[in-house]
Design a protein around this ligand. Sequence first.
Ligand SMILES: Cc1cc2nc3c(=O)[nH]c(=O)nc-3n(C[C@H](O)[C@H](O)[C@H](O)COP(=O)(O)O)c2cc1C
Length: 314
Amino acid sequence: MSKVLVISGHPNLEASYTNKVILEQAEKNVHNVEVRRLDTLYPDYRINIEAEQQALLNADVIVLQFPFYWYSVPALLKKWIDDVFSYNFAYGSKGDKLKGKDFLLSFTIGGPSESYEPLGYNHFSIEQLMMPLQQTAYLAGMNFQKPLYTHGMVFIPGVYNTQEDVETKAMEHANTLVSRIDALVDSTENRVRKLVKEWFAKLDVLPENGDYFLENLSANIAWFAPEGEFNGHAGFNDWYQTVRSMFKPDCQHIVEDVKVFENGSDIKAELRIRLIAETFDGESINLLVNETWNLAVQDSKLVITRYLVEPLQG
Ligand SMILES: Cc1cc2nc3c(=O)[nH]c(=O)nc-3n(C[C@H](O)[C@H](O)[C@H](O)COP(=O)(O)O)c2cc1C
């Protein structure tokens, strides 16, 4: 199951009426979720960069939950981004650590929606005001999701709204957030990415029993590898035994790139994998390959129907 990380950027959740409700609901109703409250973790604004980056690495879906402050995120959340999205983590030649993760902004807004129009007192749309964060996601290679926000969320006793009003709207926001997250977790792209991760983790170990692989291959799998062409589960078993007799276990498959394409029921993944291994003949291998997987959903399970491995030259 994909992991979901929710970063709470409210600077003081104790005093919140709406973000508090949304976070409670997310924590209760989202499966496999980690909620990190920046206000309690970092009251002094000194962010533990390593801990935050580790939490991001573990997640497939990243949600920033915050109140809209001065047309942007609160200072604490901005500091978190400034510190954590660092060179060679979120950007730079090795900065691909967030690549492919889903990124969802979920926030509460004080002003009414009609104020965020050209003739309204806030002039710009929320989407326009969020563009710096959208571009941040693009630079880091994340999948920027349509932001989720609710207007009229400010409660000032006797001035704006009632507590009941804003809490009700917060519950509605929370319900939508939970469904949006569920849909992302269940998306084909995330299911494929998860399979890729698990598949290569298993292939690193090369267990004697190859059942895990068979469970994820269709019965008529067509397998094309430098070692030859193989068909069906029996063909895969032949390939697998060949590979197990060549390579020592505990090799390393580094997934350098994953692209997932969907066209109706056709699902395709293009992968770039680096294999670092030792053969039983004492040879060290460091090989880059392109893999193309065709996949299908059979009995609601994702299976690989065609598997092509092409070593890259040089
Ligand atoms: C410092 C500060 C800045 C704010 N800036 C804006 C703003 O730019 N636009 C807006 O519509 N509401 C603004 N608000 C209202 C907040 O968005 C609103 O109070 C918040 O979403 C309510 O969340 P909470 O109940 O979790 O505290 C601001 C509030 C504060 C305290």
